[in-house]
Structure formats: structure tokens, C-alpha cells
Design a protein around this ligand. Sequence first.
Ligand SMILES: [Zn+2]
Length: 220
Amino acid sequence: MADPAETAAPDDVLAPHGPLPAGGRVRPITRWGTPVMHRAQQRVATYDEGLRSLVADMVATMYAADGVGLAACQVGVDLAVFVFDCPDASGRRTVGVVCNPVLTLPEGRDRRLDADDEGCLSFPGAFVECARPDHARVDGTGLDGEPVSFEGDGLLARCLQHETDHTLGTVFGDRLPTKLRKKLGKQHEKAAEDYPADWPAGVAEGAQAVGADQPVNPTA
Ligand SMILES: [Zn+2]
């Protein structure tokens, strides 16, 4: 998910199930309209080096794009896994990897909608408001197949919902009324020049040429 506020990153980062894998390479981000983004992803069944390497690439790609979350289908891979590094309502960041995510949202009197801006790295340069529950929990498995669970409010709640949606083949444009979807499309078209087809891979290569010692992933 794109970061609507370009949130400044505080130093203390919650990593309840361990840090994100480092050392990945930045890949081009797959756009809406590509078939892999619009169907439910295959479940992760094998927890091996291949999965770890894919996830490391997803982490590098998310940071290169200044995103707060990224799902495997956004690098063209049909697999139900996402990564995130996202602040909650208090500004505190949580990082994690979730395979085969299952979302739990508040119900009844606990269910309150939050209509903040939302954006997607697979439809870059555009943000519109999208109403979603203001708290979310996601359960799944980590890189070694161990159970993981994350929950939160603010942008983190939005991110957990947005990324789980990706693993089910839903993009947030699918959740918007026609008028807002058109507004989103216009913003995206206007910003098209800033996002060449290989974005953010080309940008990252340029950055590495300037300072090869600078890690793409600032927290790894
Ligand atoms: Zn997205």
C-alpha cells in the first residue's frame, strides 16, 4: 500500500515475529489490470529458501517505492503472502510477513468506519478516501510456517486490510463508488510520467549508482 501521509519513521519499530528479511533486489511493480492482481492467490504450502528470497525482494521493492505494504501479486507472483512496515494511529511502526492471511474485523457496536485516504503502489500517484473498519487483526504464518498474528488501528488497520485484499484478488478501486474511482483514475493518469513501467526498479538502480553502500532497506 502507498503511504498517503509519507509518514516520518520513528526509531522504535515493533517486530513481534522477527525483522523483515534483507538483501532482496528491487523488482518492477505489477499494475492493476494484470490478471494476477485480480484473482485469489495460491496458498503458501512450502516454506523454503525460494519463499524467503521472494519475500526479501518484496521488502526491497516496498521500501524503494516508499510503500507501507506490498503483496506478492504486486511483483507478479501468484502467492498469498504480503509484507508491511506501517505506523498505527500513534505513529508506532510494526513490521511483518504474513502468508495465507485471514482477516478479523470488529463487528456490531465495535465496528467504526475510518474514511482516510488510501493509495496502492500498483496504481501509483493517486489517493482517495476509502471507508474501512478502524481496527483489524490478521492471522497467518511466517516465513518458517510458524503462526503469526498482527493487529492495529490507524494506517496499520487499513494496510492489513488492503494487503489481505490483494491476496484475494481485490484492489481497493473495487471498493470505491464510481465517482471516486474516476477521481482516482484521473490522478493516476496525471502522475503517469513519474512512474515508468519498471518503477521502482529503475529508480533504485539509479540510487545505488550514487551510493552503493546505502542499504535499500533502512531498518534491516
Ligand atoms: Zn495495493
